[in-house]
Design a protein around this ligand. Structure first.
Ligand code: GTP
Ligand code: SPV
Ligand code: MN
Length: 592
């Protein structure tokens, strides 16, 4: 419990609104957590899995109408529409509070209100922030216990401060017509109703750590980004850190936990994971940029995860993990998903809980899948074999390179370096990617997703670009170098050309070499592209011609791209920083 007046007042309001039968504070103790697991099984929210093969692991199925983030029902409720900008849904805060309170009123009747005090970032770290989420879902509580740091100490650290984020989640009837994920950045408040799916309800994650935190970062001079953080250790034992922003389901978890090819492992190269989804970054006392991962676990995409593609992620899911919307193998009470292995289970339930017939499975038709394409695992970070020593330290790691990327079948080369910070901000602002199953809606359509933050920026994106430019000015020549990667170039048959996964290490090495002035490059219209011989192809079944091909910058494609960026920029009107406009003009001139 607490003596904090601001907390007591808000919880009182919540109790009055939601009318729960009882209120339970979550303290992170193993006893309480175990009781909740048992309760979740009794309530049918979780299925206990094979204790020998998957100790402490559970399966959860959401409603079939509730399997991904819902961007069309996500709102930024600032005082004016202008503050939310052209890329966010907006509603007047007073109107939205009323609408949401009307939906949520009385919705905890006959249920328990769980109060979860949590820290984003190591408890007490100068880069960490505190939130309190109330929820009526035991599944949400158990996920928050993995994804954030929950303990009585959080309230001690908060003391009587009002600097904490309010989060109200109510499942209500899981009614898609009344589903809303709303943010009030000026009140440090989040309200989520009628959903039970991950990013919509684990309010510490996208809602707080990106949408609210990006707004706080803007006001307070730091950055909250949709970025993984990894440490690259070289044979001398030195570790350099990279932060990388790719849109949802475009490879952050995979890159963060990468295992280098054997010949590089033999030389002593190694990757350490600091984070796989979110990065909070501040300028340190020495003037360099430092990052922490505010999360405490991984909410990762299951399909495609296997011992070859991402050994470390798979290892992370072998104990104390919650699986959501994967298939249940009834033979041994374990889980399965597309791409886990080639042994399609003969006797299984699909993600909806219906018997699954492997004979009817057709890779091209997602409706025949056993696991939902956006099925996920919630795994404790401490399970990860390559978790960084820095993960629990509050000071953050010094970032050498920032990398942008996305799924582009033809356009972006495998990797290129921007010419300077300003040009790098341009590259990030113009990012585009083919859409994935991580959000409701069409899959495979190219959309602009600046800095992979389109669905996550809590204010006007023109102001966000300006903030990036300001950070660059403050960092000066201590700024990280900015790159762009594309693992997803395809051949004429639509196959990925680059092997990806562990082999992405070959590209990371070039990136770090560039940061240290050790690698050469060719200047092109868009930036610096590697000399083909500087991407090491040892032990790889790829010839120089193919590599050269995925390093090309095609003038026709890029001329069209520049026109599309022009169109994209129109949305931002007067708020588009002149520097970015100039960058676009410069690109066009370079292409002539
Ligand atoms: P969110 O959790 O939604 O933010 O996703 P993420 O960016 O962490 O993506 P993740 O690493 O989970 O990868 C998503 C999908 O992309 C999986 O199906 C992976 O198998 C696939 N993928 C990841 N890396 C690569 C790669 O280098 N090449 C190819 N071809 N596919 C990849
Ligand atoms: C994403 O969609 O970028 C995710 C999953 O990381 S969710 O938590 O649902 O946002
Ligand atoms: Mn993500």
């Amino acid at each position: 419990m607490t003596k904090n007046e601001t907390v007591i007042k808000w919880l009182g309001e919540m109790e009055e609104l939601l009318t729960p039968d009882k209120v339970v504070w979550i303290n992170g103790s193993e006893e309480q957590t175990e009781e909740l697991r048992k309760l979740a099984v009794e309530l049918g929210e979780l299925t206990k899995l094979n204790e020998e093969k998957l100790p402490g692991c559970y399966l959860h199925r959401t409603k079939p109408n509730d399997v991904a983030r819902v961007e069309d029902r996500t709102f930024i409720c600032t005082t004016t529409k202008e503050e939310a900008g052209p890329t966010n849904n907006w509603e007047d805060p007073a109107k939205m509070y009323k609408k949401l309170y009307d939906i949520a009123r009385g919705s905890y009747k006959g249920r328990t209100m769980y109060v979860i005090p949590y820290s984003m970032g190591p408890i007490g770290s100068p880069l960490a922030k505190i939130g309190i989420e109330v929820t009526d879902s035991v599944y949400v509580v158990l996920n928050m216990l993995i994804m954030t740091r929950v303990s009585d100490k959080v309230m001690e650290v908060l003391g009587d401060s009002n600097d904490w984020v309010r989060g109200l989640h109510s499942r209500c009837d899981i009614d898609p017509e009344n589903r809303y994920i709303c943010h009030f950045p000026q009140d440090n408040t989040i309200i989520s109703v009628n959903s039970g799916y991950g990013g919509n309800v684990l309010l510490g994650k996208k809602c707080f750590a990106l949408r609210i935190a990006s707004y706080q970062g803007w006001k307070e001079g730091w950055m909250a980004e949709h970025m993984l953080i990894l440490g690259l250790q070289n044979p001398k034992g030195e570790v350099k850190y990279i932060a990388a922003a790719f849109p949802s389901a475009c490879g952050k978890t995979n890159l963060a936990m990468l295992i280098p090819p054997k010949y590089l492992r033999d030389k002593g190269y190694k990757i350490w994971t600091v984070g796989d989804d979110i990065s909070w970054m501040r300028i340190g006392p020495d003037g360099y940029l430092y990052a922490i991962n505010p999360e405490n676990g991984f909410f990762g995409v299951a399909p495609g995860t296997n011992e070859h593609s991402n050994f470390n992620a798979l290892e992370s899911t072998k104990k104390n993990t919650i699986f959501t919307n994967v298939a249940l193998d009834l033979n041994d009470n374990t889980v399965w998903w597309e791409g886990l292995n080639k042994n399609l289970p003969e006797n299984a339930l699909d993600w909806k809980g219906n018997p699954w017939d492997p004979a009817k499975f057709n890779k091209a038709d997602k409706t025949t899948c056993a696991a939902h394409p956006n099925s996920r695992f919630t795994a404790p970070a401490e399970n990860c074999p390559c978790i960084s020593d820095e993960f629990n330290k509050g000071q953050g790691v010094r970032i050498s390179a920032i990398v942008f990327g996305g799924r582009r079948a033809k356009c972006a080369p495998l990797v290129y370096q921007s010419k300077n910070w300003e040009n790098g901000v341009f590259v990030g602002s113009a990012m585009a990617s083919e859409t994935t199953a991580a959000a409701a809606g069409a899959v495979g359509v190219v959309r602009r997703d600046p800095m992979a933050m389109l669905p996550f920026c809590g204010y006007h994106m023109g102001d966000y670009f300006r903030h990036w430019l300001e950070m660059g000015k403050k960092l000066g020549d201590k700024a990280p170098k900015i790159f762009n990667v594309n693992w997803f170039r395809t051949d004429d048959e639509g196959n990925f050309v680059w092997p990806g996964f562990g082999d992405n290490m070959r590209v990371l090495n070039w990136i770090i070499d560039r940061c240290e002035g050790k690698a050469d490059a060719t200047e092109t219209a868009i930036g610096y592209v590697p000399k083909p011989e500087d991407i090491d192809l040892t032990d790889l079944d790829m010839d120089m011609e193919t590599l050269k091909d995925i390093l090309t910058v095609d003038k026709d494609i890029w001329t069209k791209e520049a026109e599309e960026i022009e169109e994209h920029y129109k949305k931002f009107g007067d708020k588009l920083p002149a520097e970015l406009r100039a960058q676009l003009d410069n690109l066009k001139a370079n292409l002539k």
